[in-house]
Ligand binder design. Structure first.
Ligand code: CA
Length: 300
């Protein structure tokens, strides 16, 4: 979403409830989730090693070969940083996110009808929305422990990474990690669907933004670890939430690249469920579909 679109949604305003309820407890039940996917969800904290190698940065298939970039070996979180992990950071440091300081954040709201394709129709600046209350602060709107933290601006993600002893991955590191052992071109759908067409990532099935089938068992965020790990042992590199990287967008000093697509990516919109894709995101803009994970120089 561009700055103009955000300005539009800021003008629209939100329907959220101002103020913040205490975090305690981070909700741990998953009752609101429709069903777990076959095999269930397994949250395994910790880091996985990404061996040194080259990645074809920006590889879009045979017609658009990428730029080969060498990446040294590094470690990276097995899954997106969860609310449980972010809560531990906040408890230890007293950190207050940008969305909390500003009193709201951008939330995706599924529209009932559309006029044109203006993203302002499905993004709202919702007062009270923050990582603690992803939809805007209603009493039952508490962050779920095993879901990825969202409504984090770049500085929030970077602060967590420093606390955790790491950094946000570069675009090349992230892309190398996401590709796993797949070093050749693949169709975009091969990253989010298996050979039978069944979902292997949390994306949007249906016509975005008006309808979705939830074929992947989720119509919004999923707990981390519900979809298969890639060859490096990493989950949800594709889908669930976009992930901040430390790489700047060309000629845009106030933006950083986000990678991997989110639960809002469909074939008719975004379609960025592939390692090569990226979007430039304003550093001071947290939303309900952008999170992050941390890269490290050491195993622990
Ligand atoms: Ca992701």
């Amino acid at each position: 979403m561009g700055r103009l679109a955000l300005a539009v949604v800021a003008l629209i305003g939100g329907a959220g409830v101002a103020g913040f309820a205490p975090l305690d407890p981070v909700r741990t039940d998953l009752a609101a989730i429709r069903t777990d996917p076959p095999g269930g969800c397994h949250v395994q904290d910790g880091r996985a090693f990404v061996p040194a190698g080259s990645t074809d940065l920006g590889e879009d298939g045979p017609s658009r070969p990428g730029r080969s970039v060498r990446v040294e070996g590094f470690w990276i979180d097995r899954h997106e940083v969860t609310n449980r992990q972010f809560a531990a950071f906040v408890a230890a440091t007293g950190y207050v996110t940008q969305a909390e300081r500003e009193g709201g954040s951008a939330v995706f709201v599924q529209p009932e009808g559309l006029s044109g394709d203006d993203a302002g129709q499905w993004w709202r600046f919702v007062r009270g929305a923050s990582w603690r209350h992803p939809h805007g602060g209603a009493a039952d709107d508490l962050a779920r422990a095993d879901e990825p933290v969202v409504h984090v601006a770049y500085e929030d993600a970077a602060a967590y990474a420093r606390w955790a002893g790491g950094v946000l991955p570069s675009e090349a590191q992230w892309e190398r990690a996401a590709r796993g052992d797949q070093d050749g071109p693949r169709t975009p759908s091969a990253w989010a669907y298996d050979s039978k067409g069944l979902p292997i990532a949390n994306t949007w099935q249906g016509e975005f933004p008006l309808s979705q089938s939830g074929e992947d068992h989720f119509t919004g965020l999923a707990p981390v670890g519900c979809f298969p790990a890639n060859a490096f042992g990493l989950r949800d590199m594709i889908g669930n939430v976009w992930e901040w990287t430390s790489s700047a967008a060309a000629n845009r000093a106030d933006e950083r690249l986000i990678k991997g697509g989110s639960f809002l990516c469909a074939f008719n919109y975004c379609a960025n469920f592939r390692p090569a894709a990226w979007q430039a995101q304003e550093m001071d803009l947290g939303t309900s579909h952008v999170g992050f994970r941390v890269a490290y120089a050491q195993a622990a």
